[in-house]
Ligand binder design. Structure first.
Ligand code: S3P
Length: 190
């Protein structure tokens, strides 16, 4: 049973015949910012997983982790992923740990295409700024060490993406341009 989604824009039909584009990468790699830009460029609907989970649960990600534990959050992430399997043609930005949530990637790919936004932990932390406090896995004494640890754990999973963009020195607009080029241009469906 599919729930309702609050996407950033409803400009495209959620056509199940057209694969989703899924942005993956560390917290702070720009998934949400680039996702919104990319969706605008490709005229697709955009869904930010964490925002959608917060909306549905009426609670922040931090509160869900604190009150119900990480496993409960991962179950919500997986449930949302299952629902999206029945749809298509969207730009999706799951949280940075989605690739490591067992079974999540396989629910969407094939046919979805994954795009890895690669940044160094130092850059991710700088971009997060005060936003790091809202990430339960990073609100620890040494958030840089946590990001480094997460990258070690997940690097191989991120690198299984279909497209990898070195987002280190690029603006969100430039990253968006790279992705549009890599997936075959504005008129591309996949
Ligand atoms: C997480 C990343 C967060 C959020 C949760 C767990 C992770 O999303 O899903 O705090 O495991 O890396 P962002 O990548 O958008 O920060």
């Amino acid at each position: 049973m599919t729930g309702t989604f609050r996407t950033s824009q409803a400009v495209s039909a959620l056509d199940p015949a057209e694969p989703h584009l899924v942005l993956v990468g560390l917290p702070g790699s720009g998934k949400s910012t680039v996702g919104a830009l990319l969706a605008g460029r490709l005229q697709r609907s955009f869904l930010d997983f964490d925002a959608e989970i917060e909306r549905r649960e009426g609670a922040s990600i931090s509160a869900i982790f604190a009150e119900r534990g990480e496993q409960a959050f991962r179950a919500l992430e997986l449930k949302l992923t299952e629902e999206l399997r029945e749809l298509g043609n969207m730009v999706l930005a799951p949280g940075g740990g989605w690739v490591a949530n067992p079974g999540a990637v396989a629910l969407l790919r094939p046919p979805a295409r994954l795009v890895y936004l690669r940044v160094r932990p130092e850059t991710a932390l700088r971009r997060l700024g005060t936003g790091a406090a809202g990430r339960p896995l990073l609100s620890r004494p040494d958030p840089l060490a946590e990001l480094q640890r997460l990258l070690e754990e997940r690097r191989a999973l991120y690198q299984e993406a279909d497209v990898e963009v070195g987002a280190e020195l690029l603006t969100p607009q430039q990253v968006t341009d790279e992705i549009v080029r890599a997936v075959g241009g504005e008129s591309a469906k996949t």
